[in-house]
Design a protein around this ligand. Structure first.
Ligand code: NAD
Ligand code: 13P
Length: 343
């Protein structure tokens, strides 16, 4: 069997942090992996220069992960067809709102039967229908797709501060390749057979993190924040068990993708920080995202809306009061002070 050829589809804050890890690890395992890691970059100008040129010349994504060396074997490519050509492993890592459009551009360009993993935290909702991105990727490209999620604030992982992550796989035997690609002494990887649980925890915790930020904006203190984390985790679990079969109980409490990601996102994530500013500064999320995140994207406010659309279609809004209050505060002008109503 030939060597695995890696392409990363996406190049934002987390995409760049994971590119650094994959770039280093392929060099540690030369029998298994080709040395070059390709990274598809949604091209843009940064400080008067193309971002791909900056990455390829300076080996740093100065816009989305400044101050971190990516490795010379990570090659930025603006054309998606060229980036995925010949790849045997795809790592999908972009804000979830762009994933389906990106898949449209990939159709017919990817070798069928290869392996992929989705690092995007979000779900796709169409009325009463909800889908995991790992499933959409599998179906659209006729490939097998795992899901990676955990307590992984990118700026910390990129600086080798100890973190853990969870990968939900469909075939146990794929676990070894994913571990070799992502594990470092400071980044611990657990393999579980729960693609749905891992994917849904990653998506839903972003709503909880927005809730935590709203509480911070109101200066409610740590007890309130802990309560939001606990209630949020319970709503995440109920949602998974109500609408998805086979989600494992252990994913919520024993895996980084569950409780640990709720904690880190509620303490230090972008969703939390921007939601705090939303309450304190009384400005729109759109404006605050632009000003505070320099092109990085919020997921939680969109997921709150998508989950609300789904729950309305299923007549189950009242069963998820935290998810619903977060949605109403972000999108319908409900006062933030009413965050805990009905909990
Ligand atoms: P990001 O928030 O840095 O978003 C910026 C990226 O979006 C850039 O690469 C930009 O080129 C791209 N982009 C903008 N418009 C686009 C378009 N129209 N089409 C395609 N791409 C476009 O991205 P990120 O931090 O890498 O996050 C990707 C996913 O990983 C998200 O779902 C996020 O929740 C998840 N995640 C992020 C972190 C983190 O700490 N940043 C950690 C774990 C998981
Ligand atoms: P934010 O998108 O809120 O920064 O969360 C990052 C994350 O998913 C940490 O695990």
């Amino acid at each position: 069997m030939g060597k695995e050829k890696i392409t990363i589809v996406g190049s934002g804050n987390w995409g760049s942090a994971i590119a650094r890890i994959a770039g280093n690890n392929v060099k540690q395992n030369p029998d298994m992996f080709d040395e070059q890691v390709k990274m598809w970059v949604f091209e843009e100008e940064f400080e008067g220069k193309k971002l791909t040129e900056i990455i390829n010349e300076e080996h740093e994504n100065r816009k989305y992960l400044p101050g971190v060396a990516l490795g010379e074997n990570v090659v930025a490519i603006p054309d998606i067809g060229e980036a995925v050509k010949g790849a045997t492993v795809l790592i999908f890592v972009m804000p979830h709102q762009f994933l389906v459009k990106t898949l449209d551009q990939m159709e017919g360009k990817v070798t069928k039967g290869i392996r992929a993993v989705s690092l995007a935290k979000g779900v796709e909702v169409n009325g009463s229908d909800i889908k995991l991105f790992a499933d959409i990727i599998s179906e659209r490209l006729e490939i097998s797709c795992a899901a990676l999620s955990g307590a992984n604030i990118a700026n910390e992982v990129a600086r080798d501060r100890f973190s853990e992550t969870t990968i939900g796989v469909r075939k146990k035997e794929d676990g070894d390749m994913w571990k070799k690609l992502f594990t470092t002494p400071k980044f611990r990887v657990s393999i579980v057979d729960d693609v749905a649980g891992v994917s849904l925890c990653g998506a839903l915790k972003n709503i909880v993190a927005v809730g935590s930020g709203l509480a911070d904006g109101l200066e409610w203190g740590n007890n309130s924040k802990a309560a939001i984390m606990r209630i949020g985790l319970m709503e995440m679990k109920s949602f998974c068990q109500e609408f998805f079969e086979g989600v494992k109980e252990e994913t919520f409490l024993e895996q980084s993708a569950g409780v640990a990601d709720v904690i880190t996102s509620c303490l230090g994530g972008r969703n939390m920080k921007v939601a705090t500013a939303f309450v304190k500064e009384k400005r729109s999320f759109e404006e605050l995202e632009k000003e505070m995140l320099n092109g990085q994207k919020l997921q939680g406010i969109h997921t709150a809306k998508e989950i609300n659309t789904f729950l309305k279609a299923r007549n189950r809004v009242d069963a998820y009061p935290l998810f619903t209050n977060v949605y109403r505060i972000c999108w319908e002008g409900k006062p933030a002070e009413e965050l805990t109503d009905g909990l």
